[in-house]
Write a protein that binds this ligand. Structure first.
Ligand SMILES: [Ca+2]
Ligand SMILES: [Ca+2]
Length: 230
């Protein structure tokens, strides 16, 4: 029979091609990785207790105590851009000293370590000092009592007035009560891991974060915000 040797020859070729493809794939995985998981330094957990009951179809399920969020992948060259950067806000009663708490690198909750803004729709704005590719914006707002902030909106722009060229990276204002447009992101429980919001490489100089009180009180708080990029 001439068919069997032919079949064996074909099988050997297929095997050889498969091996070549495997070697190629292994070579590809041995190359320098182009992305990495963002690993910001973390404060110790502040909240310990029973999760509050905030029933809402617009809220993420509670992940559980000390369960980290899914990894956020960023380009390998990503670094912290916002350390010590200037911060302003739309609450005139806030002192420059308190504004500096947002980018001073201290993420650990204490009664004197966070910025508090008056009730209502309030924003803080970080000036990175130069246009940069933004890969992540991380928020730390954990408090002793578990809470969920309302109308969290993270936007970037090269316009300090945020009137032109605004890109929205995150918006969980599902009913547009803050007036920045309806958002499809979910509300979430604050924790010591911080919220990691993808920047997708959008280029901008200014980062503005809006909120409108929380489930514990009508105030707006920030222990730290970190902007990562290149
Ligand atoms: Ca701080
Ligand atoms: Ca809302």
């Amino acid at each position: 029979m001439i068919v069997r040797p032919l079949l064996e020859k074909c099988n050997r070729r297929i095997l050889a091609m498969g091996f070549a493809m495997l070697v190629l794939a292994m070579t590809a995985t041995c190359e320098e990785p182009k992305v990495k998981a963002l690993t910001p330094t973390l404060p110790k957990p502040t909240f310990e207790g029973t999760p509050i009951d905030v029933r809402s179809p617009h809220r993420e399920a509670y992940r559980g105590d000390n369960v980290p969020p899914p990894p956020l992948l960023v380009p390998t060259g990503t670094r912290l851009l916002s350390g010590g950067c200037a911060v302003r806000c739309n609450d005139d009663t806030v002192s420059p000293r308190d504004l500096a708490l947002v980018t001073d690198g201290d993420k650990q909750y204490s009664p004197s370590a966070y910025l508090e803004l008056a009730p209502g729709v309030r924003w803080i704005q970080i000036d990175l000092g130069t246009n940069a590719a933004i890969h992540a914006v991380c928020l730390w707002r954990e408090r002793p009592e578990q809470c969920v902030y309302r109308d969290t909106v993270v936007q970037v722009s090269d316009d300090p007035a945020f009137e032109t060229g605004v890109v929205t990276l995150f918006n969980n204002d599902y009913d547009n009560s803050a007036g920045l447009g309806r958002g499809n992101d979910k509300e979430y429980f604050e924790d010591h891991f911080g919220r990691r919001i993808a920047g997708n490489g959008v280029r901008a100089r200014y980062v503005r974060i809006t909120s409108n009180g929380n489930t514990s009180d009508p105030y707006n708080h920030y222990t730290e915000v970190e902007v990562f990029g290149e």
